[in-house]
Design a protein around this ligand. Structure first.
Ligand code: UDP
Ligand code: MG
Length: 316
């Protein structure tokens, strides 16, 4: 698979795979011809994210034919972000391309990315979604809301951002130095900054199978994205507390005045309403604090981010 001259840069392509066994071979075939067009040396790093299907067997089969294929199998499903971490830590390239293994990120874009990287001198070449591909309406609305909220809270514009990108060694090393366990790849690359060049692309259809993300997992990633990138929700609790305190003082004074003036205050409805509002506000506040506590707890535990159970490394 090694076709470029020794002086040519080494490109690593990192792909997390979960239940993608049915099209690993086609993916590698497309990728190989795309990478050959770049004239660079290359390696492919596949991470099987604990797929219950035959993904790992397929990868092992492919590895016999492709000397520059390196792969590892995680001991269970750790989720895409952590599978990416595992792959990125093993990538040795001067530049690394990250892409999905379901055919939604066309390999034909890789040579264009590499070309852009070599000519523009950008540190990151980012493929930007022009069309989000075929998705359910709820998933579109969910993505829209998530990006609007994240943008308002953290100031990072991630709409259209995808996990299809090329990073040079400098960016990769910086990314690897961020040891957090709550990984949100898109957000972290935006946070790092650097020179970013963009390439538009249309999200293709999934080859086969279905997306490995349930609504619940998407919501969880969205929550991690927001809580790791903004502490505004925590400040909001304090802010709301102050507003309610002012309100309570006002109401207290009015009640006292009415009492002193001898006009009995029969505000049963007001009491019930206040109880409900304050009760729910307290619950939300505690929930928000809980979210951050959960993040801190996970970081403090200091566990490994993922566990590799098997790996294929032709050079070892
Ligand atoms: N993926 C993974 N672990 C998971 C879920 C997904 O490694 O738990 C991989 C999957 O194989 C694919 C990429 O992440 O290569 C994108 O996943 P998917 O297509 O399900 O996400 P979507 O395109 O719907 O956002
Ligand atoms: Mg997909």
């Amino acid at each position: 698979m090694d076709d470029g001259s020794p002086a040519a840069p080494l490109i690593s392509v990192v792909i997390p795979l979960y239940n993608e066994g049915s099209h690993v071979s086609e993916l590698l075939l497309d990728l190989k011809s795309a990478l050959q067009q770049t004239g660079c040396r290359f390696e492919v790093v596949l991470v099987d994210d604990g797929s219950p299907d035959d993904t790992w067997e397929r990868i092992k089969g492919e590895a016999r034919a492709l000397p520059n294929l390196r792969a590892m199998r995680l001991s269970r499903n750790f989720g895409k972000e952590l599978a990416l971490c595992a792959g990125l830590e093993r990538a040795r390239g001067d530049a690394v391309v990250v892409m999905d293994g379901d055919g939604q990120h066309p390999p034909s874009l890789v040579p264009i990315m590499v070309e852009k990287w070599r000519t523009s001198g950008a540190d990151i070449v980012q493929a930007v979604k022009v069309k989000r591909g075929r998705e359910s309406a709820t998933s579109k609305v969910g993505a829209f809301l998530f990006y609007v909220i994240l943008n308002k809270l953290s100031g990072f514009e991630l709409r259209g951002a995808s996990d299809f990108k090329l990073m040079n060694r400098k960016v990769l090393d910086t990314w690897l130095a961020m040891r957090e366990r709550n990984v949100f790849f898109r957000g972290m690359t935006a946070w790092m900054g650097f020179n970013v060049a963009q390439i538009p692309f249309d999200v293709a259809l999934r080859r086969t199978g279905k997306s490995g993300w349930s609504y619940f997992r998407r919501a969880k990633l969205a929550l991690i994205g927001i809580t790791t990138f903004s502490s505004f929700p925590l400040h909001f609790v304090t802010f709301a507390g102050v507003i309610f305190f002012i309100f309570a003082v006002g109401l207290g004074i009015q009640t006292l005045y009415l009492k002193l003036a001898g006009r009995a205050f029969t505000g049963f409805a007001t009491v019930i309403l206040l109880e409900l509002i304050i009760g729910s506000l307290l619950m939300i506040s505690l929930g928000i604090i809980g979210e951050y506590l959960a993040r801190i707890y996970e970081e403090v535990k200091g566990r490994p981010r993922y566990i590799v159970s098997e790996s294929i490394d032709p050079e070892q």
